[in-house]
Ligand binder design. Structure first.
Ligand code: FE2
Length: 431
């Protein structure tokens, strides 16, 4: 069974990554930054958790306002550093743990935390700056990472209490994973700081100390504080500190604080803490949680001709679904129609994937794991109607299929000229 061996708090700032990449530990101006992270690195070298579950917030790098979510869980098998404006840092990709990530996602939904999921997105300094400082790749910890991105930059954002409760659900999720794994839950985010407006440069060490005391000994007291109060005490951008409550919620009330350090070199107060978890998971609770998780899809495998689109399928078939989804872009669909071979090559489609598309093998594509709603886009591009697609999936001719409907009609998701062309074709077929 998976076990949470500790919670780690580690501030993230671009300076931390910058220090790691360009400075040395004996550079006086940067010595404090290295100092606060050294014990965390030593602890990880000694304990070597197999998975780091890292809660961080993106800084409008990979998560923009066209779709902004409060809690977004990474379910990928690898993660790379993001380009935040001046090119990505030269830090190697880290492995994910899709199996545990999917289990956590399912468990959180069972507990009515309806989070969202991401794949194929680079990750910014919110995760990689502390990670690069905490781990020395290749010689020490070299395990997997599961990222949880928390959207804290466009209000409304989750309350401190919601974060704490999510942490409690996260504990049930991790501790019900059947495989033996040691996990450390890491929260990142600066302590007091403000980087925008006339108040930029604001810090409050007294509040930072109080926050760290309460986080360790009385986290419940932090859950009733409003976003405005966090901003007043610690500066506007320090509101990201509420994600530390997710880490604390994932631990029992009594923990052993084995490390705590703090420094304030420039704009952002940087802290690191390690809370070891003395309480092992309970088998009966884990079993109860797994039953709860299995409830919603229990028996679905008995429904004939039905292919649920799960996170597992989505991850396995991402490349092909992505290829077909991009048919909503005019340039891509033009190349799909007129430069097919080169486009297949660029997307790295396998021989089987190319055959499924070339043969318009709709049911084959469904069985392979393509979602229907990408198929109807492809159908619209090639001038095929939805009923033709349905008929093929059922192993019927169009005529046979239309006889099973109350009204015989032809349609698709195509718009404009493509829709008019299909309508004309339907009239011809009917006459
Ligand atoms: Fe931040």
């Amino acid at each position: 069974m998976a076990r949470i061996i500790a919670g780690i708090g580690a501030s993230h700032t671009p300076t931390i990554g910058f220090a790691k990449d360009t400075k040395t530990e004996d550079d006086a101006a940067w010595a404090d930054v290295f100092r606060v992270f050294r014990p965390v690195q030593a602890w990880l070298e000694q304990q070597r958790p197999e998975v780091l579950f890292v809660i961080y917030n993106d800084h409008i790098t990979s998560f923009f306002f066209d779709h902004y979510s409060p809690f977004v869980l990474g379910v990928d098998n690898r993660y790379v550093t993001a380009d935040e404006g001046g090119g990505p840092r030269e830090y190697p990709a880290v492995a994910g743990h899709p199996g545990l990530a999917r289990h956590i996602g399912t468990s959180l939904f069972a507990d009515e935390f309806d989070i969202s999921f991401f794949q194929k997105k680079p990750i910014d300094h919110g995760l990689f700056s502390p990670l690069s400082m905490m781990t020395d790749r290749g010689k020490a910890w070299n395990g997997a990472v599961i990222p949880l991105q928390v959207g804290v930059l466009q209000f409304p954002i989750p309350t401190a209490r919601r974060c704490y409760r999510l942490g409690q659900a996260l504990r049930r999720a991790i501790e019900s994973y059947p495989e033996d794994l040691s996990v450390a839950v890491v929260a990142t985010g600066g302590l007091s700081h403000q980087v925008h407006g006339e108040r930029c440069g604001f810090n409050n060490t007294e509040w930072d100390m109080q926050f760290l005391d309460l986080l360790q000994n009385d986290p419940d007291a932090l859950t009733g504080i409003t976003h405005a109060e966090y901003a007043e005490r610690g500066g506007m951008e320090s509101s990201e500190i509420i994600v530390w409550l997710i880490m604390r919620g994932a631990l029992p009330p009594r923990i052993n604080c084995v490390h705590r350090d703090y420094c304030l070199p420039s704009m952002t107060a940087i802290a690191t803490v390690i809370y070891e978890n003395p309480t092992p998971p309970e088998d009966s609770e884990a079993e109860r949680q797994r039953r709860r998780m299995g409830l919603q899809l229990s028996g679905i495998e008995k429904i004939q001709g039905t292919h649920p689109f799960t996170l597992e399928v989505s991850h396995r078939t991402f490349r092909l679904n992505d290829f077909l989804h991009r048919l909503v872009e005019p340039a891509h669909r033009d190349r799909f129609l007129h430069d097919t071979g080169n486009l297949y090559e660029e997307f790295g489609l396998t021989a089987e994937e190319r055959r499924l598309i070339d043969d318009r093998d709709w049911i084959g594509l469904i069985r392979y794991g393509v979602i229907f709603f990408c198929l109807e886009k492809m159908a619209a591009v090639i001038g095929c109607s939805n009923p033709e697609l349905y008929a093929q999936m059922r192993g019927e001719t169009l005529e046979e299929f239309q006889k099973t409907r109350n009204v015989s009609m032809q349609y698709s998701v195509a718009g404009g000229d493509a829709a008019r062309k299909l309508a004309k074709k339907g009239e011809t077929d009917a006459s």
